[in-house]
Design a protein around this ligand. Sequence first.
Ligand code: HEC
Ligand code: HEC
Length: 353
Amino acid sequence: MLLHIDPLRGWIAGSRRGSGNVRAGYGSAALALLVFAACGQPDRQLQVVDSAASPAGRADPALGKQGGATAAASIDYVPPMDSAMPAGPMGASIRRGLALLTHTTDSLPAFAPGNIQCVSCHIEGGRRRNAASLAGVHARFPKYMDRSGAVIPIEDRVNYCFTRSLAGNRLPNDSREMQDTVAYLAFISTGVPIGARVAGEGMPKMPALTGDGTRGAQLFAATCTVCHGVDGQGNPPAFPALWGPGSYSIGASMAREERAASFIRHFMPQNNRGSLTDQQAFDLAAYINAQPRPDSPGKSDDWPLGGAASDVPYDTKGHKAFRPPARLLPRANARGAIVPPPPSVRRTGAGLR
Ligand code: HEC
Ligand code: HEC
């Protein structure tokens, strides 16, 4: 069902400068479309949909009825393609950003020492719906994250993935590589109003199931080893590691059984997407997440106000670890693995020059 757009007109009408990224609905005259009259670009439209009938499911046959990860009203947004990247220095920065997401370990071995790239999870340069999609992400920051108990900038969020999902090191926020990354993320958010949700962001929530690691092991041997290897180490750079020193850390969202099950259910095996049942995806997630993987220093400080999801595999305030991995592998640079919340300079004056 479509939501009426009026309450949103204020901020949608206030946003401008889109470079396309428009989907003109699904052929139904009943769809409420907002024309960017204010921008003088009547062909540019954003459509607000609600999650119950999110077109994300229709856009991706592998998702069946599961499309639409977002609870609030969301925009049916299609991020621009590479061909829309501008010329000149800005375009060069955006292209470098995409290259960093795609070839992370080759480009930044000191920061991404493992066998997993940003695009190993953020499929198609973060443009694939429901694969932890990054479309529109620039408009979602600054953002309050209950895991950190702080409002954080997008650079810190990128660094959560460097330090946890890649089990690597924090990239300096004022480095050119960080700015290139953010330039690309802004590019695939072109035209999305600040604070808006877009259809297919994040990963779809799964039904409440529990995996069986023994069944998962059998299924893994039959279905996954051809690309990820019998020992889960992958075949880098094309096929990422699922566990061991080159894979994601215990502090990554993917180390949670339900989150991994969602990714596996919809996107794996890569040569036959959508072929697994929900239960099989949970069985595989239980097996994979039980294997040894890099530690995530400082993880017990997560969710400082409590409220961790039930499948978080380590102890936090008010939460007992759910099925922690067999063994945690020490990190070479524990300090580089932590992204502290933004400190206040009010009393200290730190940073004054
Ligand atoms: C192991 C899988 C994995 C890898 C590798 C990974 N990420 Fe993520 N990333 C996630 C997941 C899962 C989320 C959370 C998505 C959600 O549910 O909102 C996320 C979230 C994000 C977000 C915030 C999205 C939002 O809407 O708030 C950004 C930005 C991001 N990742 C960037 C990166 C970058 C840049 C890299 C490479 C340096 C990277 N990620 C590598 C899995 C991964
Ligand atoms: C045909 C090769 C292939 C097969 C088979 C395959 N994968 Fe993958 N897998 C990939 C590729 C390539 C990626 C990176 C994302 C992408 O491009 O789809 C990936 C990414 C992943 C990721 C996220 C990144 C990471 O390193 O953790 C997980 C988890 C995963 N696969 C699990 C599985 C499971 C479980 C199976 C068996 C059901 C499986 N894969 C079968 C190729 C494959």
